[in-house]
Design a protein around this ligand. Structure first.
Ligand code: DOR
Ligand code: ZN
Length: 427
C-alpha cells in the first residue's frame, strides 16, 4: 500500500483542487480524501510519501511521441523514450508510426507493443493510415486495431488525396478509432520547418506558409463533419487553423486539436536565436498565431497538449537549416512549459492544464475509464510536482538533446512519477 499524504490534488474530471490524501493498493486508487493517512499510520507494509507543498495530478498522457524504434534507435528507442517520459511526469504515451519499418503491419506493431511492455510506463502506439506512408493504399486497419493499435496516423507525411482520407474516416467510424492528421500541404511548401514570412525572408528561403496548414485543416474538418469520424488535428500552429477547428466543432465535427509546448511558448523569431533547434513541422509561426493558440487553449478549442517528442542526433541538427531534420524533443520540458507559459501568466488554471495533458488525451484514445483522472477506481498513474520550483534545463533522459529550451529556467519540477502504483521516477 502506498499513501500520498497532504498534496494538492488536481483532478480534471471533478474539477477538484484541494489538499487531500490518496490511498493506492495494487496499482489502483482506493481512496481520496482529507486526512485518510492517519487511519493507516501504524499498519505495516504501508509506504507514505509526505507530499506537502506538491501537486498530485493524473499521470500525464502524451498522444504524440516519436520513439524511433524500430529503425532509428541512435536517436531514441522505446526504453530511453519511456525513461524520458517518466522523467517528464508521463505515464502513458502513444507512439507515432513513422518508424522503419513503419507500423503499417501487424509484425512491427507487435514489436513496438512488446518492447513497450518492458518499460515502466504504458507505451501504446498508433499504426499507419497508408501502406509505407505513401498516401496511396489504406492499411488493414481492422487487423491492426485487433492487435492493439489505438489509432491511426501517417504523422510526418501529410495525406494529399482527399478521397483516400474520406475512405480512412469511413473505416475509422466503422472501427470506432481516432485518426490523427499532420496538416501541411507539401504543394505549398518551399522549405519545411520554417514559417514563410519575415524570418524565412531574413534567411533567404521560401519556408512553409500557414496556408499549407490551413487548407488541409479545413479539408479534414469538413470531411469529419461529413463522415462523423473522430479526428485529431496534430500540432496545430496557425491561428486561422485554430479558428477553423472552432468552426468545425460548431458544425458538429468530432474534432480535437493538439498543440505542442513549443508552439504555445515560442514564435518564429526563435529560429533566429536557436537555428535548427527551432526547426520543426509545422513551424513556429508569428506572435499573432501564438495569441490565437493561447485563445484556443483558453476557450477549449484546443483540447490536448502533446509534445511531438521528435529526437534527432546532434550531427543531424548541425546541418544547415534547409537540410537538418525537423523536430525537437519535448517530454522532459512539457509540464514545466505548461506551468511557465500557461498557468503562471494566467491563461489556464492547473485543473485546465491537467485536462489537456491527461483527461482529454485519455478520452481521445478511449482510456478514460481508468486513466486521466484521480478518484476511487482510477489507475494509480500519477505525477507529483512542485509548481513553484524554478530549474534550469540541462540534461535529458532522452538519447537526444535537440531542444531550444536548454539553458532556460522554467517553473514546475517533477518530483515523483508513479505508474501502476510504483514509483518510476524520483527527482
Ligand atoms: O517536426 C517534426 N518531426 N514533425 C513531424 O511531424 C515529424 C517529426 C519527426 O518524426 O521527426
Ligand atoms: Zn507531425
Amino acid at each position: 500500500m502506498l499513501i500520498i499524504k497532504n498534496s494538492r490534488v488536481i483532478d480534471p474530471k471533478s474539477g477538484c483542487d484541494a489538499v487531500m490524501d490518496i490511498v493506492i493498493e495494487e496499482g489502483t486508487i482506493t481512496g481520496v480524501g482529507p486526512d485518510l493517512a492517519s487511519a493507516y499510520a501504524d499498519k505495516s507494509g504501508v509506504q507514505v510519501i509526505d507530499a506537502s507543498g506538491l501537486v498530485t495530478a493524473p499521470g500525464l498522457i502524451d498522444v504524440h511521441v516519436h520513439f524511433r524504434d524500430p529503425g532509428f534507435t541512435y536517436k531514441e528507442d522505446i526504453q530511453s523514450g519511456a525513461q524520458a517520459a517518466a522523467a517528464g511526469g508521463f505515464t502513458t504515451v502513444i507512439c507515432m508510426a513513422n518508424t522503419r519499418p513503419a507500423v503499417d503491419n501487424v509484425e512491427t506493431l507487435k514489436y513496438v507493443l512488446e518492447e513497450g511492455k518492458k518499460t515502466p510506463i504504458h507505451v501504446f502506439t498508433a499504426a499507419n493510415i497508408t501502406m509505407g506512408m505513401k498516401g496511396e493504399t489504406l492499411t488493414d486497419m481492422e487487423a491492426l486495431k485487433a492487435h492493439g493499435a489505438l489509432g491511426f496516423t501517417d504523422d510526418g507525411i501529410p495525406l494529399k488525396d482527399a478521397a483516400l482520407v474520406q475512405k480512412a474516416m469511413e473505416e475509422a467510424v466503422r472501427l470506432n478509432v481516432p485518426l490523427s492528421f499532420h496538416e501541411e500541404d507539401p504543394a505549398l511548401i518551399a522549405n519545411n520547418g520554417i514559417n514563410r514570412g519575415a524570418v524565412s525572408e531574413a534567411l533567404g528561403i521560401g519556408g512553409s506558409p500557414a496556408a499549407a496548414e490551413d487548407v488541409l485543416v479545413a479539408r479534414d474538418c469538413m470531411l469529419a463533419v461529413h463522415t462523423g469520424a473522430v479526428i485529431d488535428i496534430q500540432h496545430i500552429s496557425s491561428g486561422r487553423s485554430v479558428r477553423m477547428v472552432k468552426l468545425a466543432k460548431q458544425l458538429g465535427a468530432n474534432v480535437m486539436a493538439e498543440v505542442t509546448p513549443h508552439h504555445f511558448t515560442l514564435d518564429e523569431t526563435a529560429v533566429l536565436k536557436h537555428g535548427t533547434l527551432a526547426k520543426m513541422n509545422p513551424p513556429l509561426r508569428t506572435a499573432a498565431d501564438r495569441e490565437e493558440i493561447l485563445k484556443g487553449l483558453k476557450e477549449g478549442v484546443i483540447d490536448i497538449i502533446a509534445t511531438d517528442h521528435a529526437p534527432h542526433s546532434a550531427e543531424e541538427k548541425a546541418k544547415p537549416i534547409t537540410e537538418a531534420p525537423s523536430g525537437i524533443i519535448g517530454l522532459e520540458t512539457a509540464l514545466a512549459l505548461g506551468v511557465t507559459s500557461l498557468v503562471r501568466p494566467g491563461h489556464l488554471t492547473l485543473v485546465q492544464l491537467m485536462e489537456k495533458m491527461s483527461l482529454n488525451p485519455a478520452i481521445l484514445y478511449h482510456l478514460e475509464d481508468t486513466k486521466g483522472w484521480i478518484g476511487k477506481g482510477a489507475d494509480a498513474d500519477l505525477v507529483l510536482f512542485d509548481p513553484d520550483k524554478a530549474w534550469t534545463v540541462e540534461r535529458f533522459q532522452s538519447k537526444s538533446s535537440n531542444s531550444p529550451f536548454v539553458g532556460e529556467t522554467l517553473f514546475g519540477k517533477v518530483k515523483y512519477t508513479i505508474c501502476q502504483g510504483k514509483i518510476v521516477w524520483k527527482d
